[in-house]
Design a protein around this ligand. Structure first.
Ligand code: NAD
Length: 287
């Protein structure tokens, strides 16, 4: 590292709170070193109130790019100069790129998820999806599905504080992506959920259920699984959730959340430096 950092090294960073647990610095610094790129990536613990100062620093230090995590994703979308189509619909960004002083905000969770599906042989164009959840991950996936030409997106969420967000997503997508039919229903309406799953190509869990400590929970009854259904989870801890294990048992194509996490990094890296991230090498290095 001491050989790598010089007076010319460019800074990239993650901003949010907490950030100490983040795997991003290790992944991007490995990749910069592997690719011989003169950047260093750090993580800074900042509050929402400090974000205007963060943007002053981004401009002052001519930072090429970086990321925002909770709770700073929404305020970041207000402070950038431009937004990607998905970030504009969602009103949040997790990634920024600084092109000679013009800062563009992107949201790459949904793109990472869709790219990972493509790597697993599933193209969202023309497909019908059931997506459980209305939080950050779910909304990003719903918007990306609509932008990428999905035919139908059926959102199911419990009637908690996120339900109104699902209805807001439906309204925004009706304007921005009118060719995609979006519906919103109560996740507790098991009959409606079963009907929607029977008629769809892919079912996606983007809620916190299935994640530790809820790892004995699955929101989709395994009797609904059939061989031609794709079942995908955003949860990556555990790597295989109860839903994914039951889908595999039923012979479905089952896709866990680790790929989404990694593909987001790949999308971000390409935005930062215009190169494919050396993911296989990083995975080998970590093993
Ligand atoms: P969030 O807090 O924004 O949303 C939480 C969602 O869970 C809401 O839809 C909420 O209604 C739902 N929920 C909460 N309790 C529930 C219950 N008892 N029954 C059914 N639904 C319930 O969270 P988020 O940031 O969107 O994260 C959601 C999941 O996505 C998490 O498991 C997270 O690990 C995962 N995630 C994965 C990646 C990745 O790269 N693989 C990235 C982001 C998030």
């Amino acid at each position: 590292m001491e050989k790598r950092i010089s007076g010319h090294t460019g800074l990239m960073a993650l901003f949010g709170s907490p950030v100490g647990h983040s795997g991003s610095p290790a992944m991007y610094n490995f990749s910069f070193q592997h690719d011989g790129l003169d950047y260093a990536y750090l993580a800074f613990d900042v509050t929402v109130e400090q974000m205007p100062k963060v943007f002053e620093a981004i401009r002052l230090f001519k930072m090429r790019g970086g990321n925002f995590t909770m709770p700073c994703k929404n305020i970041a979308a207000e402070l950038v100069d431009k937004l990607s189509p998905a970030a504009e619909i969602i009103g949040a960004c997790n990634t920024f790129v600084n092109d000679d002083g013009v800062i563009t905000g992107h949201i790459t969770d949904g793109i990472g998820f869709v790219n990972n599906l493509a790597l697993n042989g599933f193209d969202v164009k023309g497909k019908k999806a059931v997506i459980l959840g209305a939080g950050g991950a779910a909304t990003a996936i719903q918007v990306q599905f609509a932008l990428d030409g999905a035919k139908e997106v059926h959102i199911f969420n419990i009637k908690d504080e996120f339900y109104a967000r699902a209805e807001g997503t439906k309204e925004k997508l009706a304007q921005k992506c009118p060719d995609c039919l979006v519906t919103v229903d109560d996740l507790d309406d098991k009959e409606k959920l079963a009907e929607a799953v029977k008629d769809c190509d892919i079912v996606i869990n983007a809620t916190i259920m299935g994640m530790k400590p809820y790892d004995d929970v699955t929101l989709i009854d395994k009797s609904l699984f059939r061989k031609d259904l794709v079942v995908a989870d955003t949860v990556y801890n555990p790597e295989k959730t109860k839903m994914i294990l039951e889908a595999e048992e039923a012979g479905c194509k089952a896709i866990g959340g680790v790929g989404m996490l990694q593909q987001q990094g790949v999308v971000n890296y390409e935005l930062f430096v215009g190169k494919k991230m050396p993911l296989d090498e990083y995975n080998k290095f970590q093993a």
